[in-house]
Design a protein around this ligand. Structure first.
Ligand SMILES: [Zn+2]
Ligand SMILES: [Zn+2]
Length: 167
């Protein structure tokens, strides 16, 4: 029988932690975004399994920001559904319960997404990039949902342009 290698010959391999693994995937998901202002990705996970994914973009069948430019109202692009919203709706579309799950997002959620996260039954939010929405943090906190900032180092995505000085 042919020897396929002993443990001694195997080089130590650094595996990512679960949080690193899921954040990396959320980052990959964000590359499918069709909005010009920010590329946001989200994945919903339960028991270490990915249930759904979402990125920010126009509703099905509507023109993409990439093709027609963003639809700006009061400093925000209103055409797009947010990554978290698309991840939650994907569960509705396919009949998947998110209760007790966690969401990994490339950016901190806004307050609308925070409220949806609460009522979808998610119990933990992990995010990398900053987004200036204190109400979101307040609501998640009031609902007892764990909010964990995650350091992606130089892969940390930028917030949408000008949101930090458009108040
Ligand atoms: Zn847009
Ligand atoms: Zn949002």
């Amino acid at each position: 029988m042919q020897e396929i290698g002993s443990l001694e010959q195997v080089k130590p391999r650094v595996r990512p932690s679960w949080d690193e693994y899921f954040m990396s995937i959320a980052l990959d998901v964000s590359t499918r975004s069709t909005c010009l202002r920010a590329q946001v990705g989200a994945i919903i996970v339960k028991d270490r399994r990915i249930l759904t994914t979402g990125y920010n973009g126009a509703p099905k069948g509507l023109p993409h920001c990439l093709d027609e430019g963003c639809e700006m109202v009061n400093g925000h692009c209103v055409r797009t559904l947010h990554a978290e919203q698309n991840a939650i709706m994907q569960a509705a579309l396919y009949g998947v319960s998110l209760d007790g799950g966690a969401i990994f997002i490339t950016h901190q959620p806004c307050h609308t997404c925070a409220k949806m996260i609460i009522n979808a039954g998610l119990t933990r939010v992990v995010f990398a990039g900053k987004y200036p929405d204190e109400l979101a943090v307040k609501y998640l906190d009031l609902a007892g949902i764990r909010l964990d900032p995650f350091d992606l180092g130089d892969r940390t995505p930028a917030p949408p342009p000008s949101v930090f000085d458009s108040k």
